[in-house]
Structures are given as C-alpha cells and as structure tokens.
Design a protein around this ligand. Structure first.
Ligand SMILES: [Zn+2]
Length: 271
C-alpha cells in the first residue's frame, strides 16, 4: 500500500510536468473507484491550469485556482507521467492530458483509490477535515503528543497510526519509529513519558525522511516508465524481521498482532 513516502515521491515526480500546465483533455475509462469518479470531472478540469500539486496526509491535492482535484492512491493506485503515452493496459482508469502534451495516467488494479472534486469553500473536504498534523509540521511535537494522549489507554502503536493524532504513519513506519525510539508498541500511550514522546517524534521524522530520500532515487520511475513504481525498501530494524536477530542487541525480534496489524519489536531494546 502506498504510504506517505510513496505519495510524497509521486508528488515530487509529477509536479514538474503538470504545474502551470492547462488540462486539455480528460478520459475516464472506468468510473468505479472507491467512490465513483465524478461524471462532470472533464467539464470541471478541461481548460483549467494546475497551479501546484500539494500533499495532505496521503491525499494529492491538485490546486486549480480556488478549487482542488483530490487524488488518493488507495491500496494499489499509481500515477505516471508520459510524454508519449503507450497503449492503455488493463487497470489504466483515467488519463489527464496537458497543454505540454504530457499525459498523467492513473493505474489501479484493486480500484480502492479515489478521485474527487472539492470546490472552493471555507470548509475543507470532509475527508480532510479530521486529519491531525503532518509529521514534519511544528504542531507535531512532544507537548502536543503528551497532551493529546494522557487520557488514552490504547497501545502507543495504535495511537501513532490514528490519523486524527498524526497523519501518514502507516504500519511499517510505526514499527520502525517505535524501535528507534526504544518504545514497546504495546505500551499504553498514556504511560509513555513526555521525554520519550519527544524521542518518538524525532524517530517518526527520521524514518519517514529516510524513506522519502530513498524515493528520490526512484523519481525517474514515475516518468515514461513501463514498470510499476516500487516501494522503498529501507533496511528495516524490526518490520518483517520476526525471529531474526535484533540489529542492536542480537535478541530475537518478536512478532504479535496489534489491532489486526503485524507488529514486531525487540523485547530488550523496547520498553
Ligand atoms: Zn534489541
């Protein structure tokens, strides 16, 4: 599933080709994404200029004047830029053509992604309304986490993956960040001290930043490429390493299920 680093890399990969470009054609080959692609999307987009491409959590936000075209990649979605588009393949659902001849193509085998239109309004789109701070924003800090979690007894890992608390920390990055912060994923979040929450904030940023940096080396995969953009394989400390030795202390990494998600940790390094 594309996580925040993949979405941010997608944004960086396509932005130079579509920003300040006018949409000249929109082809919708299949409307059936997570929600139907709006029937009037071509009418709304054609003739408009994409001012810039932003990201909020895992949503890509194409800004056109005061309106926003919102794209979410779901489980298996990807966006690719073509200067000369090849013939459509299976699961290519939407093409946006721009004045510079570039085609932005949306591909999604499982069709859990979304394409939505948000007209100018004082209120954010409902999907974005309840999102917590971005992990790299100053609002995400030890004091904020401390205040927001004192009354909550859920496991710290589940709190970290709750997008109302902070956005963009999926399962892989929650596991890895907690290892780097030395915090056991199952510990009740209200029993993690302010100081240790500060370590966690730093670890989340470091882990995501490393993945985004790794994504930088794959940017060319988003342009004129035949294959699917890959996922960024970090050298994980704990994720997917159950029963293997901890890279720090050599103990066997333990695996448990937490909220239905694979959770791994070192019982010596994480308390
Ligand atoms: Zn260890």
């Amino acid at each position: 599933m594309p996580e925040l680093p993949e979405v941010e890399t997608t944004r960086r990969g396509l932005a130079p080709y579509v920003e300040r470009q006018k949409v000249t054609a929109v082809s919708i080959y299949d409307h059936r994404l997570r929600w139907p692609v709006p029937q009037d999307l071509p009418r709304r987009l054609i003739g408009r200029v994409v001012d810039r491409v932003d990201r909020r959590s895992k949503y890509l936000l194409f800004r056109l004047g005061k309106d926003t075209f919102i794209v979410h990649l779901g489980m298996t979605g990807s966006l690719r830029v073509y200067r000369e588009p090849p013939a459509r393949r299976a699961h290519d659902h939407v093409d946006l053509t721009f004045g510079n001849g570039v085609v932005l193509r949306y591909h999604d085998p499982r069709r859990f992604g979304a394409m939505l239109w948000s007209p100018h309004s004082a209120l954010p789109h409902p999907l974005l309304a309840d999102l917590g701070p971005e992990p790299f924003s100053p609002e995400f800090n030890a004091d904020y986490l401390y205040r927001a979690t004192r009354h909550r007894k859920i496991a710290v890992k589940l709190a970290l993956m709750d997008s109302r608390l902070v956005v963009g920390v999926g399962n892989i990055y929650a596991n890895e960040s907690l290892f780097r912060a030395g915090i056991r994923p199952t510990r009740p979040v209200n029993r993690v001290s302010r100081e240790r929450l500060g370590h966690l904030v730093a670890a989340v940023r470091q882990t995501l930043a490393e993945a985004i940096a790794k994504g930088g080396s794959t940017l060319r995969d988003y342009v004129d490429s035949a294959g699917e953009p890959g996922y960024f394989q970090l050298d994980y400390y704990v994720y997917g390493r159950e029963n293997e030795p901890c890279r720090t202390c050599g103990s066997a990494i333990r695996g448990v299920r937490l909220g239905g998600r694979a959770t791994s940790y070192c019982a010596v390094c994480q308390r």
